[in-house]
Design a protein around this ligand. Structure first.
Ligand code: KG4
Ligand code: ZN
Length: 343
């Protein structure tokens, strides 16, 4: 197995990377669409797709150049096939599948959340199986028991908003703009944690599911009561909100670890970039907590190249059809299987 090209276009970041089993990550380039969507206060799917189409070819060139290789050095192409915005996914999947066909090399359709989940294994001290993964992104909040590559049991998940979505919506309520999560987190640093007390949803009953939409409503009620908001009000609300999310995630992670007996916790997804969450989870006793570096937490091509490499190495191949799925539960994934190529 030689160089694997990874392509990510599931949402608002165009990411391209090259992974080599001996040399590691030899290229990792990214174009963020933050500026493009900022005026609209959120991701506009059609603009996202068009921008991916505009940027992707140049980014692939750039990645190959920075890896100092040519397309013929590639041994496989991995692309995000879902879950995500359908139009955006189609850009990367069509490009990736076609490139692999043109070069006559294997292609692999990658599950975006599996890639997030496997990203911490790219580090120097990878966790051993089995481990519990906390997947916290803009679209997902899940606790997953990972027994092996492709062996995933969902222990709990959000019954409404994802953690990142709750961050983004609460940030919007306070006019913090887009992308809300990191901005709210930055405001929270100087907030007074004792001024407001937000609920810790679903922690007073057994189980590992989450619910975050009530926190957003709680924030709204607090905002209405105080309006017009001062800068300090914003900081204090941000802090109370962040504490509530972090505390809730902490409680459920502890429970999941107790329930499964797993000795390692892996954090993945955009919200794993949250400093306060990292600090709190680091206090869990008797377990090692693994998180990818910041740039591998949010969307990127490196995790796609890596996840693709792991499955390609095991002999898995995707067919010639360009298949994308807006919704794709991670529990449907299976261990890598050797499939006859229809090429
Ligand atoms: O994994 P990701 O880049 O994209 C998805 O697959 O959804 O996650 C993006 C989410 C957004 O909701 C963003 O607000 C949130 O991650 N996020 C954060 C932080 N950085 C990104 N949330 C809280 N604190 C942060 N520092
Ligand atoms: Zn993501």
């Amino acid at each position: 197995m030689t160089y694997i090209l990874g392509i990510e276009t599931s949402c608002d970041e165009t990411g391209v990377a090259v992974y080599h089993p001996d040399r590691g990550l030899v290229a990792d380039v990214l174009h963020s669409q933050v500026k493009l969507h900022a005026a609209y206060g959120g991701v506009v799917p059609e603009l996202a797709s068009r921008d991916h189409a505009r940027r992707l070819p140049a980014l692939v060139h750039q990645a190959l150049e920075s890896a100092a290789i040519t397309p013929t050095d590639l041994g496989g192409v991995a692309y995000t096939a879902g879950p995500g915005l359908l139009g955006a996914l189609l850009v990367g999947a069509t490009f990736g599948r076609s490139l692999a066909w043109a070069l006559d090399i294997p292609a692999l359709a990658v599950h975006h959340m599996e890639a997030h989940l496997l990203a911490p294994l790219l580090g120097s001290k990878p966790p051993a199986f089995p481990f519990v993964a906390l997947l916290v992104s803009g679209g997902h909040t899940q606790l997953v028991l990972v027994r092996a590559l492709g062996d995933y049991t969902i222990l709990g998940e959000s019954i409404d908003d994802a953690a990142g979505e709750a961050f983004d919506k609460t940030a919007k309520l306070m006019d913090l703009g887009y992308p809300g999560g990191p901005r709210l987190a930055a405001m929270a640093v100087d907030g007074d944690p004792s001024r407001f007390s937000f609920p810790r949803p679903m922690t007073d009953r057994p189980g590992l599911d989450f619910s975050f939409s009530g926190l957003k409503t709680h924030a709204l009620t607090t905002i209405r009561r105080l309006e017009p908001l001062s800068e300090q009000d914003r900081r204090d609300i941000a802090r109370a909100f962040e504490e509530a999310v972090v505390d809730t995630l902490h409680i459920k992670c502890r429970r999941a670890l107790e329930q499964t007996g797993a000795e390692a916790l892996v954090m993945a997804g955009g919200v794993a970039a949250n400093q306060r969450l990292r600090e709190r989870l680091a206090t869990l006793r008797g377990v090692t907590v693994h998180y990818p570096p910041m740039n591998l937490c949010t969307d990127n091509g490196a995790m796609i190249a890596w996840a693709g490499y792991l499955r390609l190495r095991a002999g898995e191949r995707s067919g010639l059809a360009v298949e994308t799925r807006a919704r794709w539960p991670i529990s449907e994934l299976r261990a890598p299987c050797r499939e006859p190529e229809d090429a």
